[in-house]
Design a binder for this molecule. Structure first.
Ligand code: GLV
Ligand code: MN
Ligand code: MN
Ligand code: MN
Length: 428
């Protein structure tokens, strides 16, 4: 039967890279930053337009579309055994401020194209295939990463927190989602949860966001594990005052406390002695932010990650101890120390890894196993379903900046591996 043909003769798998390139370029136009930068933040007008664009492509691919209460979007292609758990694939299209057009996007447009590839080849799935576009993988607006997939995996703590969460402009999560057409009156965040086993497999295609594949000239990265991310928000408060009149011995400068903590983060990360431990202070806000006023308040947002969860936790603990010690030394108040998330790492599933390896081999594509240092919705999908990820090379490993780039050929290779992997998993 046609279903099995593509498993032996992969020549029928052809990616329409012209259309795909057009889609990548068109999606990048939904941006609040000028090209080549992309800024697309959750529930903004640009995000809502981009969502409409994706739903249209899903419709053109013949998928039946469903959206949940927070705007995770699902496009389903029915298999001939709809009583079986389906196979899902997808990623995100939100983009952090001044980033590029490939992060996440390749895994959403690529997933829809993988379905088109399979349809054109004559393949008929046994298990249904589903494309998922996740809501807010990036933490930009409300400070929490992988918001959609985290809720899907079930987080009562997050469901509760989101009732109160506001963005930097004091717009609540609930109002923002309503304005984008979600969280209607009858909607409940708990409805986003998915039962474990809802999918038999979940596979995400993504650019590597690191330099290894390009440097080694390898076409496909097969992810074995995703590093454990944590993020922390810290607030200091001092008395502020006049930058000329308050003499140095009489100050308690909240800005300097922030500066000192930022350096302490670097120190604690380096102290582990492992190249796998990383830490970043991507946000420092000072109040009142005037050149002639001593900062009376400071706010830091700290990201730290490791492939070793215990070691990552010990860094978080040391950052806390430093925050307490710095506040004491500088006579400022540590008015906030919130661990926003402290997630364990996730392992990819052996069967999916083997399916991705076999697919790469059949397609004659060089491949290697690797870990993902960036986090992805797959980190949370691993709690719902066996998970796997396919990486493709990107220019110099650049990501989260406008220079981010992946070639049409590398993207097409990734889509073929995805399509063939989905086909295999659908027939299990
Ligand atoms: C995802 O964007 C990450 O920060 O790893
Ligand atoms: Mn990202
Ligand atoms: Mn991403
Ligand atoms: Mn990401």
């Amino acid at each position: 039967p046609a279903s099995f043909d593509i498993l032996t003769s992969v020549s029928s798998l052809s990616v329409d890279d012209r259309s795909l390139q057009t889609q990548i370029d068109e999606l990048a136009l939904f941006s609040d930053a000028p090209a080549p930068s992309v800024t697309r933040v959750l529930y903004t007008d640009k995000d809502v337009s981009a969502r409409r664009y994706i739903k249209n492509l899903m419709k053109l691919a013949g998928l039946s579309i469903r959206e949940d209460a927070v705007g995770n979007i699902f496009g389903q292609w029915d298999g001939h055994e709809t009583q079986l758990a389906g196979v899902a694939t997808g990623s995100h299209i939100d983009a952090i401020p001044y980033s590029g057009k490939f992060d996440g996007v390749v895994g959403v447009l690529g997933a829809i194209e993988a379905i088109n590839v399979l349809k054109r080849s004559g393949f008929k799935p046994k298990r249904s295939l589903e494309v998922v576009m996740f809501t807010s993988e990036e933490p930009t607006r409300f400070g929490i990463s992988c918001l959609g997939s985290r809720l899907m995996a079930g987080s009562e703590a997050l469901e509760k927190a989101l009732q109160q969460t506001v963005d930097s402009q004091n717009v609540s999560f609930l109002d923002a989602s309503r304005s984008a057409g979600y969280m209607r009156d009858h909607d409940d965040l708990s409805s986003v949860r998915m039962k474990k086993g809802s999918y038999s497999a979940f596979v995400e295609l993504h650019i590597e966001q690191g330099p290894i594949l390009e440097a080694e000239g390898v076409s496909i990265g097969i992810v074995t594990a995703i590093a454990a991310p944590a993020s922390i928000k810290v607030d200091f408060e001092g008395n502020g005052g006049h930058a000329g009149a308050v003499l140095m011995p009489y100050r308690n400068d909240a800005g300097l406390a922030a500066a000192e903590l930022a350096l302490a983060v670097e120190e604690h990360v380096l102290e582990t002695g492992s190249i796998d431990t990383v830490g970043t202070v991507g946000v420092i806000d000072l109040h009142p932010r005037a050149i002639n006023s001593i900062p009376s308040k400071s706010h830091l947002e700290i990201d730290t990650r490791d492939i070793d969860e215990m070691r990552r936790n010990s860094v978080v603990e040391k950052i806390h101890q430093s925050a307490v010690a710095i506040a004491k030394k500088r006579s400022v108040i540590l008015s906030g120390f919130e661990i926003v998330n402290q997630d364990p790492p996730a392992l990819a599933d052996e069967t999916i890894i083997r399916a991705m390896e076999a697919a790469s081999q059949q397609l004659n594509l060089t491949h290697r196993l690797m870990i993902s240092r960036a986090y992805h919705d797959s980190l949370f999908m691993a709690r719902v379903s066996p998970m796997g990820m396919i990486f493709i090379p990107c220019y110099k490993g650049y990501s989260h900046k406008p220079e981010e780039y992946a070639s049409a050929e590398d993207i097409a290779n990734g889509i073929k591996v995805l399509a063939l992997t989905l086909a295999k998993l659908s027939l299990y």
